[in-house]
Design a protein. Structure first.
Length: 417
């Protein structure tokens, strides 16, 4: 079995001999076996244990076991304590999600601090089968049908080639004990329900059910590069870009799914977006990280920014008007009798667009320019006293334009940061 894992690592992960590996060690059978196998294969192993304080004395029992195990096998160990329930409330997420976020955030800090090559977690073939079923129940795309990958950036899964029974047999041969998380024996979480009820049912129909599910996931995983290549070709032909999706392409649900994949949109939102051709212009959908806006001819994708950077302007007196671009505007300097400032557009803002005589609401002007709702929220103006002199990136105010009688010309340039 050791050779089986060695071959799998060489083929699927490509770890160099003597690599420095951080191992997620909970004290359960899988992580204990992973730690011993990697050590036996000659890798430099450092164990990481999380105490989430979710199971009262059981959490402390696990920590004590891990400490004794590492001492016995001469494995260095780091332990981190988390107030998981408090973090879940603060983040507004489930306890399971909070624990996962805390766990991987700490793992990656430790990886950087210790200059480790990767982080090993103990998922095995039974976990892969459960993951595939979970993803199917959630309405996954092709990525989800591939299940977990043996190597995902800095996270590696060397035991995906082994079944749970093989792991338990290995520990029995080594006469190595382990701890059991009591919550794994409860049919509460969806994954536990699949593990305790669905998988046994499938195995009653076909004893090789887990193996066949894993084979299906592996077949999909190996097909993904060809799938992505086909998606790229189709997207280029149709005119899909990273931030624009033509409404005419909405008939292709696969291309839409790939366009917003990884942007935080749930299945219900994706379904609505797929029907956005029937929605009003300006309709938007927002995830925690992105926003999709339905424009006249296409959907636009925008990343959410924690803060809106305030545009910086460069001011200089110039002898004449030179180039005119969206990022440059010219004014009669002698008509500007107050400091020039920059602020976001406000409701009710008006200006006199260059070349026009009458005032116009900035919101109406932007609508005429086919600027969508999301872009309007990010629009800034340059002001002089109470007057708006420039709708930045669009048009200056006609009242402060340069004329034949202008003596001093002020050039305002947008500083790109």
């Amino acid at each position: 079995m050791i050779e089986k894992v060695r071959t799998y690592i060489e083929r699927e992960i490509g770890l160099e001999p003597q690599s420095n590996i951080l191992v997620a060690l909970s004290g359960g059978a899988d992580s204990v076996a992973l730690t011993l196998i990697l050590k036996e294969l000659g890798y430099n192993v450092h164990a990481l244990h999380c105490n989430f304080h979710l199971r009262a004395e059981e959490s402390n029992r696990d920590e004590a076991f891990v400490e004794a195990f590492c001492q016995k096998h001469q494995i260095s160990l780091s332990v981190c304590h988390f107030q998981t329930e408090t973090e879940a409330r603060n983040q507004g997420v489930s306890i399971e999600m909070a624990a996962r976020n805390l766990r991987y955030e700490w793992f990656r800090k430790e990886k950087n601090n210790r200059n480790a090559d990767c982080i090993a977690v103990a998922h095995h073939r039974d976990d892969q089968a459960e993951t595939l079923l979970l993803n199917i129940l959630r309405g996954t795309g092709l990525r989800g049908l591939a299940g977990m990958h043996p190597c995902n950036n800095d996270i590696i899964r060397p035991l995906l080639c082994l079944s749970r029974n093989e792991i338990l047999s290995y520990l029995k041969e080594c006469n190595q004990d382990y701890v059991t998380d009591s919550t794994n024996l409860m049919s509460i979480a969806q994954r536990n329900h699949i593990r305790l009820n669905i998988i046994p049912l499938l195995q009653s129909l076909n004893p090789a059910a887990v193996e066949h599910l894993c084979t299906a996931a592996e077949n999909v995983r190996q097909s993904l590069p060809y799938y992505f290549k086909g998606v790229d070709v189709a997207a280029n032909e149709i005119g899909i870009t990273k931030d624009s999706f033509p409404l005419s392409a909405l008939s292709s649900r696969v291309l839409l799914h790939e366009w917003i994949e990884g942007k935080g949109f749930n299945a219900a939102q994706e379904d609505e977006i797929s029907q956005s051709a029937q929605k009003a212009v300006g309709k938007l959908w927002q995830s925690q990280s992105h926003c999709v806006v339905r424009n006249r001819e296409a959907l636009q994708l925008y990343p959410l920014e924690n803060t809106r950077p305030v545009p910086q302007l460069h001011q200089e007196i110039v002898p004449s008007i030179q180039e005119r671009t969206a990022d440059v505007a010219y004014f009669d300097a002698d008509l500007l009798n107050a400091p020039i400032q920059v602020r976001p557009v406000r409701k009710g803002d008006v200006f006199v667009p260059f070349g026009m005589k009458g005032r116009k609401l900035i919101s109406d002007y932007l609508t005429d320019c086919k600027v969508d709702r999301w872009q309007k929220k990010k629009q800034y103006v340059a002001t002089c006293g109470d007057d708006i002199i420039w709708l930045i990136g669009h048009r200056s105010d006609n009242r402060f334009r340069v004329t034949d009688s202008t003596v001093h010309i002020l050039k305002l340039s947008l500083i790109m940061t």
